[in-house]
Design a protein around this ligand. Structure first.
Ligand code: TPP
Length: 794
């Protein structure tokens, strides 16, 4: 019998929605008529798999769909359905008018997840990393993560508001760690309101944990992400994340993507939410099978979820489980859905909860179970009311023990120089190639120059300083991961971390000879990749994890990750990260989108010592900054404005001895304090331009002061330098327009430090866009900037 039409299009005729909301779909002619074809492909499960190019994958699914399906033991399914519904109703009863984003209507999610987790455990999984949004989150915390209802209820009681002033988060965003049936560790990733932002973070966490556990861990650590249908279809970060799934530098052996598809987004109907018939079509462009299942057939849901997890484990690839269900209440419980969907919610009024339908179908008693669960919940409530502190739902994993966040303390600083002989050995490893390696002539020349730098015969440039920092850390046992667009070579040809044999195209990675390093050319994605690296850093506190933007200007494509995770996670969730962002920055006439990493944005986000924002102006400062980040016990995200033309400016290169001792200095000065009549305060490349201009004008009484670290603001060091120049005029000079750059961050702090000494400012006029598109206009502006900096105001 030819079942091709059923295999291809059967899902379009499948009985996926008992409420008839999918009836408007165009149902194809399925020829020739086949009773088996209908039973297998048009029942409660509809499968999209014929678009998979690999015949093994198609066969795997086909064989399982076309095999007889034994009925499972109904008792555990019924119990979970009862627990799901009773928990929601209990919260509704006790906390009327409080939002909880009930799972009611999508109850089959719990037995489905249980089925998937049982398969994963049976296949050797020990850890599950979950990412999900609001819908059903509290229920998942209790029934999947294994939190006690009491721990959740305590958050409804809001027993300890004074500990939450200005911080913390709403309960349906919190992360949670626990165990699933005592068999697997489960960690639910905290997430912001911004839907889907958690997707890459959860994936990165899973990969980070796998890398920490070592070989074989793809099977041990399983990522699962849960989505709403509106968010799945609408948010680009999901597409960026799905695209990572099968890339060597990003794969975590496949994610189970669960779509809790209630066919509504807040008040908006599917027809207005996606251009194609099904929200899951967002996954169709990739080699991902999609299993649709009727959420009112719990046994089918369990079957489909088990099959999805088996597929993930077998092929190490993503798979979508599309659980078609409904939403019992409004978007939240305080929202009236009858205003916009009066007929649907009229229908739902009389719809029995799933456990009742299922119990009746299987001839079981659910009422007794309900009473028992209710009694448990009431006891939890009594206990929760007596708590004086809210229980922490999430624990940082054990590798975090030696590290801490919180406030900056100067006592945590340490020297980060690398002794002569050790640095030589690292330099030697970095500049050697295997016997018979045919390097590119330009690269070989670069290696030769680096060899000279390593011997102290030439000043160390940025590329070499970075390689020495990473190489020395690797040799000290710190694992390193660096990803970004074209990052292995380096956008500006400066890195050359992966050497290519020009005859065989085999690679040689000098850093790899020193320790475990991952250097990854990422896809062209900011939100997805930065989210991933952020997640990765959560699982690798012992390592140095870096993400590089092609130009700093593009980092705002990941603004949600910056605002909601990188800068706020410690405040909201107590979650720490030592992620490093490398953001090429500098006004060099390359136009509005190749100039500014928007330091002003990071400075506006800076508070409570949540991040570090630095712009090193020399190669040795960069070297010490990277080493400090890995070697201090303080784990804070580090935003580094990195050079472009300054990479090749000899003024920014450093003599080798600056790397063999010392540490990162948040303030650098050029110019003697004696008789200093003017201090030009600035940051980065501009400082070198100012020094050159000072030389041209032979103005020895001018000091150029580099603010190498904006945040935490180096108040003591700056005060010290300024006090040593008590009569100098102070001028803040920046390349950025007046409404950008460090100006509005630095000025009030300077005023505070200098006790009212006036500070003149030199900057571009305020502007709607960061930079001009004309190279000549840029040159005019830049020369005006330098003239103004040296102008005598009197
Ligand atoms: C990025 C983003 N935009 C808008 C919102 C506001 N919002 C919250 S829930 C929601 C609808 C979500 O619908 P769906 O994804 O189908 O999930 P459901 O609530 O139906 O489970 C919207 C628009 C948000 N939280 N995040």
């Amino acid at each position: 019998m030819d079942l091709d039409a059923y295999r291809r299009f059967g899902y379009l005729a499948a009985r996926l929605d008992s409420l008839g909301r999918l009836n408007a779909r165009a149902v194809p002619e399925l020829e020739p008529p086949s009773e088996e074809g209908r039973r297998w492909y048009c029942g409660s499960i509809g499968v999209e798999f014929m678009h998979l190019r690999d015949p093994r994958r198609r066969r795997f699914i086909q064989e399982r769909i076309e095999a007889p399906r034994p009925r499972p033991d109904p008792a555990p399914i019924l119990e979970l359905l009862v627990r799901c519904d009773t928990f929601e109703k209990f919260l509704q009863r006790r906390y009327l008018g409080t939002k909880r984003y009930s799972l009611e209507g999508g109850d089959a999610l719990l037995p489905a997840l249980a089925g998937a987790l049982d398969v994963a455990a049976g296949r050797g999984a020990t850890d599950v990393i979950l990412g999900m949004s609001h819908r059903g989150r509290l229920n998942v915390m209790v029934h999947v993560v294994g939190k006690s209802p009491e721990e959740i209820v305590a958050h409804f009681e809001d027993v300890d508001p004074s500990s939450m002033l200005g911080c913390g988060d709403v309960k349906y965003h919190l992360g949670a760690t626990g165990a699933y049936r005592g068999r697997m560790e489960v960690s639910l990733t905290p997430n912001p309101s911004h839907l889907e932002a958690v997707d890459p973070v959860a994936l990165g966490r899973a990969r980070g944990l796998q890398d920490r556990l070592g070989p074989g861990a793809r099977a041990r650590v399983v990522p699962i992400t849960l989505h709403g249908d509106a968010a799945f279809a609408g948010q680009g970060v999901l597409s960026e994340t799905l695209n990572l799934a099968d890339l060597a530098g990003f794969t975590a052996g496949g994610t189970l993507q669960v779509l809790v598809n209630n066919l509504i987004g807040f008040t908006t109907a599917p027809a207005a939410l996606h251009s194609s018939p099904l929200a899951s079509d967002a996954a169709r462009r990739l080699e991902i099978p999609i299993l649709h299942v009727n959420g009112e057939d719990p046994e089918a849901a369990v079957h489909a979820a088990r099959l999805a997890m088996e597929y993930r484990c077998e092929f190490g690839n993503d798979v979508v489980l599309d659980l078609i269900c409904y939403r019992r209440h409004g978007h939240s419980e305080v929202d009236d859905p009858t205003v916009t969907q009066p007929r649907l919610y009229g229908q739902l009024k009389t719809r029995k909860p799933l456990w009742e339908l299922y119990a009746a179908e299987r001839g079981l008693d659910g009422q007794g179970l309900v009473a028992g669960v209710n009694a448990e919940l009431e006891k939890s409530w009594e206990r929760a009311k007596r708590l004086t502190r809210e229980p922490r739902l999430m624990k940082l994993p054990p590798p975090w023990e030696p590290f801490r966040g919180g406030k900056y303390n100067p006592s945590m600083e340490l020297d980060t120089g690398v002794g002569d002989s050790r640095l030589q050995a690292v330099a030697e490893a970095l500049t050697s190639v295997p016997e018979g390696f045919h390097g590119h002539p330009k690269v070989l020349q670069n290696l030769e120059q680096r060899r000279e730098m390593g011997r102290g015969a030439a000043a160390v440039d940025w590329g070499m300083a970075e390689a020495l920092a990473l190489g020395s850390l690797l040799s000290e046992g710190v694992p390193v991961r660096l990803s970004g667009e074209d990052t292995r070579r380096g956008t500006f040809n400066q890195r050359q971390a992966v050497l290519m044999d020009v005859e065989t195209e085999t690679e040689h990675v000098p850093l790899r000879t020193l320790g475990p390093v991952e250097l990854v050319d990422s896809p062209l994605s900011e939100a997805g990749v930065l989210g991933f690296e952020y997640g990765y850093s959560l699982e690798r506190p012992e390592g140095l994890v870096l993400w590089e933007a092609q130009f700093g200007d593009f980092a705002n494509g990941a603004q949600v990750i910056l605002d909601q995770y990188l800068t706020a996670a410690e405040d909201k969730w107590g979650v720490l990260s030592g992620l490093v962002l490398l953001l090429p920055h500098g006004f060099e006439g390359q136009g509005p989108e190749h100039s500014s990493a928007r330091v002003e944005r990071f400075l506006q986000l800076a508070a409570e010592d949540n991040i570090q924002v630095c712009q090193p102006s020399t190669a040795s400062q960069y070297f010490h900054l990277l080493r400090r980040q890995a070697l201090r016990r303080w784990r804070k995200p580090l935003v580094v404005l990195t050079p472009k033309s300054m990479l090749r400016n000899p003024r920014s290169h450093s003599p080798l001895p600056e790397l063999t001792r010392g540490r990162f200095r948040p303030i650098l000065t050029s110019g003697e304090p004696e008789n200093c009549s003017r201090v030009l305060l600035c940051s980065g490349k501009l400082g070198h331009d100012l020094i050159a201009e000072r030389e041209r004008r032979t103005l020895e009484s001018t000091t150029v002061l580099f603010v190498e670290q904006f945040y935490p603001f180096p108040e003591a060091e700056l005060r010290d330098e300024l006090q040593r120049r008590p009569r100098a005029d102070l001028v803040w000079v920046q390349e950025e327009p007046a409404n950008m750059g460090g100006l509005s961050f630095v000025l009030p702090r300077l005023a505070h430090l200098c006790g009212g000494r006036p500070v003149r400012t030199v900057k571009r006029s305020e502007s709607a866009s960061p930079a001009t598109g004309s190279m000549k206009a840029h040159a005019i502006e830049q020369s005006a900037l330098l003239s103004l900096a040296f102008m005598d105001p009197r």
